[in-house]
Design a protein around this ligand. Structure first.
Ligand code: FNR
Length: 379
């Protein structure tokens, strides 16, 4: 409403309301290195393109003459009431976008009531981000370290800092082939960006020969060596289940059989995601995997979705394909790069306003009534 009313008085928003325009604007401001890292994806970009194509291919079939004058966007996800089916995805190294990095994004999420998922690879220690959020809903994303002590320490710290759910990212046992970063030699981790949670961690520090400040290069190499572990298998999840008593959600699940294994392992949910196309080039589009996963485990697990969401109608389509809520990645990072906390708030508000209007214009007063019947089956 506010955005429309401002329009009536001739007041132009500071940032475009079409969120697909943000990437170009932020690239002009911050240059190709940081924006290439955020915008880039694996290989030639075929998975990122497929993510968009799979959402675009689905078409909504609006229904008429249903009372939609009063709408309620709220949903319950993982046993928590949320004002809308949206959370901010874990995006690491946000200091390359803005000096206030994760704290600014987390404050924006808190101000809009949307959960913030903090990356293990954040530029700001988790305790500091938690403090910036007050009591607001926050979830912690785990890159599952090779070192058990560090993993355990992260879980304990996250719990103590008030993170309620744990998202374990499975699709990044190694960093993928990302030509934009390789060609520009822009790899933030190698410069120590995204190591804040590690460098402040007592279990991580215990593995160093010298304190971080005395030998930062060695600390970075120690981080690179233990960041993730390609030897992990399904039975290893028992360790996380034993050490985290809140909900655990596996992020990066695309195959229905993996979703079934997640349920069998006592997990609470999955995020159907291909990491925004940043890991496996030539991968199935996340939106094509979503209905198959929802069909396999929708009655046992919470099913979340990300990878390619840019508009309110994308959120609607994800719900119609079986998701309970979506995570948003790059657009909020661009909002942060352009205007800090208020840029992120702008992104959240535009997306939710457009989603609200999509609901109304398609005959829905709340997200819970959206389903596969709202999509054109021919597509
Ligand atoms: C990510 N993503 C990610 N995921 C994760 O689990 N931990 C992380 O630290 C990061 N870091 C990260 C950095 C950057 C720059 C990007 C763009 C993405 C993936 C993220 O959580 C999410 O899956 C995708 O961003 C969703 O796709 P869209 O919305 O960007 O298309």
């Amino acid at each position: 409403n506010e955005i429309y009313l401002n329009g009536l008085t001739g007041s132009v928003p500071r940032l475009p309301t079409d969120l697909t325009r943000l990437e170009e604007l932020v690239e002009r401001r911050l240059g190709p290195g940081p924006v290439g890292y955020v915008a880039g994806s694996a290989g030639s970009g075929s998975t990122a393109a497929a993510n968009r194509a799979a959402l675009d291919r689905r078409r909504i079939v609006p229904r008429m003459l249903r009372d939609v004058h009063q709408r309620d966007l709220s949903v319950e996800v993982l046993g928590r009431p949320l004002p809308a089916p949206l959370a901010l995805a874990p995006v690491g190294v946000l200091s390359i976008m803005h000096p206030d990095a994760e704290s600014a994004a987390a404050r924006a999420a808190a101000a809009q009531g949307v959960p913030f998922v903090l990356s293990s690879a954040s530029s700001t220690p988790m305790e500091q981000v938690a403090e910036a959020m007050g009591d607001a809903e926050r979830w912690f994303q785990l890159y599952w370290a090779r070192d058990r002590e560090v993993t355990k320490s992260f879980l304990d710290r996250a719990k103590a800092a008030g993170f309620t759910a744990l998202l374990v990212t499975l699709d990044t046992p190694l960093l993928a082939w990302r030509p934009r970063d390789l060609d520009q030699a822009y790899l933030p981790f190698l410069h120590g960006v995204g190591t804040a949670n590690y460098f402040t961690d007592p279990a991580f520090q215990a593995g160093l020969a010298k304190p971080v400040h005395e030998d930062p290069d060695a600390a970075v190499m120690h981080f690179v060596g233990m960041f993730s572990d390609p030897a992990k298998t399904w039975p290893d999840l028992a360790f996380l289940r034993e050490n985290w008593d809140g909900p655990i959600v596996l992020k990066g699940v695309l195959h229905p059989d993996d979703a079934r294994l997640a349920a069998d392992a006592g997990m609470d949910g999955v995020v159907v995601s291909n990491h925004g196309g940043r890991q496996v080039a030539g991968s199935v589009a996340a939106a094509d995997a979503l209905p198959r996963v929802a069909e396999a485990v929708g009655d046992r697990l919470t099913v979340l979705f990300d990878s390619g969401v840019r508009t309110g109608d994308d959120v609607f389509k994800a719900l119609a394909l079986g998701a309970q809520a979506v995570l948003l990645g790059r657009p909020y990072a661009y909002g942060l790069g352009l205007d800090g906390q208020s840029g992120v708030e702008h992104v959240i508000r535009c997306l939710l306003a457009e989603f609200d209007l999509t609901l109304a214009l398609t005959g829905h007063a709340r997200p819970g009534t959206v389903g596969s019947a709202d999509l054109d089956l021919e597509q």
